[in-house]
Design a binder for this molecule. Sequence first.
Ligand code: HT7
Ligand code: ZN
Length: 873
Amino acid sequence: PQPVYLSDYQPPAYRVTHTELTFDLDPAATRVKARLQIERQASVDATTPLQLDGEQLTLHALLIDGAPLANSDYQVTEQGLRIDQVPASFTLESDVELSPQDNTALEGLYQSNGMYCTQCEAEGFRRITFYPDRPDVMSTFKVTVIGDRQREPILLANGNPVEQGELPNGRHFATWEDPHPKPCYLFALVAGDLHKVEDHFTTQSGRKVTLQIWVEEENLQKTDHAMGSLKRAMAWDEQAYGREYDLDLFMIVAVNDFNMGAMENKGLNIFNSAAVLAHPDTATDNAFQTVEGIVAHEYFHNWSGNRVTCRDWFQLSLKEGFTVFRDQCFSAETNSAPVKRIQDVSFFRTAQFAEDAGPTAHPVRPDHYIEITNFYTLTIYEKGAEIVRMLCNLVGWEAFRQGSDQYFQRFDGQAVTIEDFVDCMAEASGLDLSQFMRWYSQAGTPEIDVHGEYDYAHGEYHLTLRQRTPATPDQVDKEPLHIPIAMGLVGTKSGQDLTLTLDGEKLGRQAVIHLRDDEQTFVFTDVAEAPVPSLLRNFSAPVKLHFPYSREDLAFLLTHDSDGFNRWDAGQRLAMLALDDLIAAHRNGVEKVMDSRVVEAFRSLLANAPADKAVLAEMLTLPSEAYIAEQQPIVDVDAIHAAREFIRQSLAMALRDEFMATFEANRSDDAYAPIPEQIAQRSLKNVALAYLVSIEDEQGLALCEAQFAADHNMTDVRHALTLLVHSDRDDLASPALKSFGEKWAHDPLVMDQWFSVQVSRPQADVIDRVKYLMAHPAFSLKNPNRVRALIGAFAQNRVNFHRLDGQGYALLADVVIELNRLNPEIAARLITPLTRWQRFDETRQELMRSQLERIQREPLSSNVYEVVEKALA
Ligand code: HT7
Ligand code: ZN
């Protein structure tokens, strides 16, 4: 497979101004007739051939302006269709055949539980018809879907319904028209036995929009939360960005087999059922929040993505980074803002930092790729969102909003670039953002070494910052970035943020300093008392910041920092220092000793609990094994696990009564609601319960069993089940697992939880369990949710996946090899943990590499090929 380069971008030679499609659905032989109005660009030479993308299509007919083409007039290859001579303006008609039932890759038109659906982003439309499958070709669409009246009573496509009727042989049809020109990646079609819930939303200008959520009949009870989320998102986009919905109908369809979370097709969003269905009996608080976030994300794409789209796929973060930022702000406002930020950053620093440090690291705007679906990454999405967040903070909300208005207005109906977006922000703010643009082209996580010194004699605080970005594949030399660092100086006597004076200017108690050079020193004057610096508040830039905090400094910030995020971070840093000692002790075979400062910090947190219980729950949660691993030069999975367990159990023993009291104080029999106050209370109670169960406290275990048996809501049931299954008390775990499995055998999304809980336990029997569960009737390799729940969850089980006998790696490689044939996109994603082999000891490195080499010897899809090549380069 050959890479595509950003530098090779050429505007399209031919545009499609209008597209008419007729689908005659059949599982094995669907016929798609296309009628395209095509125009040559004025600047393009008349001899330029027409090239259309097309894959896995059988061509039955091809006509220009009604006249059939002879075989010698065109060439069909594996990639598409080429016609050497075409008029400047013409109608191209084609008739192709394809087989949705055999489409296990889930790109293009496929079947899920017998229902037809599509996934066209990024390049799936070429599996539906011959077309210029690129986002800068935008066309209006009219689509007719013909299906079996019994099997497919519902026939949906983008836009507005314009006609429907009966046909001979039990067939019927529906015609849809979308007045907004769109790239073909936003095309969608759904047909099947679906049922809807309907609601309405009145826009700020008074238009009534019909909202429909289409699901299988048994899921009708699980749509309330998605509908509520959609209405909240519509209102939020009006209030925060002045963006109103632009059709009379907005539809969401839930599909069981889906590669990602959801897809923002114009007027017809298609969702992974896991990202839309939620009911208190079956979904956890986390799942409710995920549904809300994804519904909002897809809705927000209507402007940031659909009305204004990407010129080419290198600009993917233009729509994804901006839309993730928008959905993060929305969720922060609807839930607890500090907790949302803590959870996002916690995930980011674990997973995106790891991606940025590994062999698949790439800039937020990559300059080449082999397979674009491999680039739907944490870097494009989450780091892209962090860049937009920095922009927003740099220019301030008012200018950001002005810039965003300008962007939507100026580029409405166009396919544009990241520069177009940043230029709007520069214009609105008057700031020079040219250095800032490096964030888009430079891969890797910048590291900042900070040195601080208090000069008692002059009442000055000197802060010296040095930035460096480590080399990444293809990018050895890095240039300094423009890094905004939000900070404060917390007085050690007063415990208060001190007023900051820099270069004679009073900045207030919090300021943003701008690091632009490799090294800069900032001298704060009039500093009346020795401070502890609170740096990178609210994670103001996606960097690793190193400051030699003492444990006393961290304990001080944990209680005194005015920035909630940094209070949490101080706790994490304090725990990390203790964990480092324990990891070293474990490796050296020395007795582990608990750091009493951590115990006292936790004791004081429990005694002087912050008002937001969800924040407290986060503060009481130790860094994950994955995060700890990220901090180690060479990952020692066993030492990390042992150290974390030791600290957890030491805290549980020292603070047993406090945890018990916290648990008791936060129990509730109130009817379940996924509202912030309840979620906070449940999470705090469940954190406390986890500590109690970690030491097999008899009373704690009894409470856990009772919580499971009470069956009050899935959050509590699943948490209790996890604690039992992850404990050594198989006598309690086995019956719980059995009853849960039997009760929910009919519900695939709940069975996914049942799979994940079992394969993430630390006990050594997990490999056998994975193999056993792969043969379970509820499991299928063809379903991405099942694969993620069982195989994906196992690969995150650090002690078992990284077993020294290499069985974990071999198991993953077996699955990747099989999935490579069925679903290359999912196969390529699944390899990720193996690609991180350089982070481990030599024995594991060897074992991981040998599995990558085994995969490499197979005939590979371009998706898997690209990832394995990079991993072994
Ligand atoms: N924009 C959507 C991307 C997407 C996708 C990409 C590749 C293969 C399958 C896919 N399903 C959805 C999702 C989003 O960011 O909103
Ligand atoms: Zn998106």
